[in-house]
Design a protein around this ligand. Structure first.
Ligand SMILES: Nc1ccn([C@@H]2O[C@H](COP(=O)(O)OP(=O)(O)OP(=O)(O)O)[C@@H](O)[C@H]2O)c(=O)n1
Ligand SMILES: C[C@](O)(CO)[C@H](O)COP(=O)(O)O
Length: 227
């Protein structure tokens, strides 16, 4: 069963505040995107068909150049305004039975996380996501930040990527009429709307998403420990 990986890397990184698209910010001598590609290539039993990297249009040329010769087929295409637009663009170029969608912004995702997701796909689950228990108390608030209720965190998971799909499940999730009201913040959210069952396997704190300046400091410290 071969696998394609879509890496959405077309975000602008507004919350990071580095004044350049986040995937191209340097972390310890390599771009966030280059580290993420390397983390995928480290999964030697993935049966990897190709990696589809979705980037801002002006970065297509430089990224093709940077990733030429990484040791697997890499397709580089332009993304869209929202993350889901970028994944949809990448989806046009996938091959193989399984598709993983993996944020460029999670460069330190450990190999076992990929393996757990793929093992659950191979076991027949159409949609598989890694997740972590929530450690803080969660409260629902109103528009004035007044607490409405405390939510039962025992039944909640913080969801990471890679999110894994049987290819036909991802196509169904991204069918033109699947968006529904509001924007899905992850790919599995679209699959849920399409009526597909979604399984959560264990994630890993190291698979954190670089979103804020604090995350970038953490990532740079992390890179020092791994360099
Ligand atoms: N239009 C978009 C928006 C996001 N992404 C990608 O989706 C992943 C998760 O998105 P996020 O962390 O929100 O990245 P940004 O959109 O860059 O961040 P921000 O919302 O702070 O601008 C990132 O790898 C990002 O590059 C994308 O490919 N296309
Ligand atoms: C896909 C995701 O990483 C799962 O946690 C997350 O939803 C992306 O959110 P963002 O706001 O686009 O970073």
């Amino acid at each position: 069963m071969t696998t394609s990986v879509i890496i959405p890397a077309a975000g602008s990184g507004v919350r990071l505040g580095e004044n350049r698209p986040k995937a191209f910010v340097d972390v310890g001598g390599a771009s966030i995107l280059a580290r993420t590609v390397a983390s995928i290539l480290a999964v030697d039993d993935l049966e990897l068909d190709r990696i589809v990297v979705v980037v801002p249009a002006e970065m297509i040329g430089p990224v093709r150049e940077e990733l030429a010769g990484v040791g697997c087929e890499v397709v580089v295409v332009a993304g869209g305004a929202e993350r889901s637009d970028s994944v949809r663009a990448g989806l046009q170029h996938v091959t193989g039975e399984f598709v993983l969608v993996h944020d460029a912004a999670r460069p330190f995702t450990p190999v076992p996380v990929f393996r757990r997701v793929v093992a659950a796909l191979r076991a027949g689950n159409p949609v598989v996501v890694p997740g972590l228990p929530v450690v803080d108390t969660l409260k629902r608030v109103d528009a004035q930040d007044r607490v409405d209720e405390t939510v039962d965190r025992a039944v909640l998971r913080a969801i990471q990527t890679p999110q894994g799909f049987h290819a036909d499940a991802l196509v169904a999730a991204y069918a033109p009429d699947s968006d529904g009201p509001g924007t899905a913040t992850d790919d599995a959210g679209l699959a849920e709307r399409a009526g597909l069952p979604v399984l959560v396997v264990d994630g890993d704190p190291d698979a954190f998403k670089i979103t804020t300046p604090w995350d970038l400091r953490l990532a740079r410290d992390f890179a020092k420990g791994r360099a």
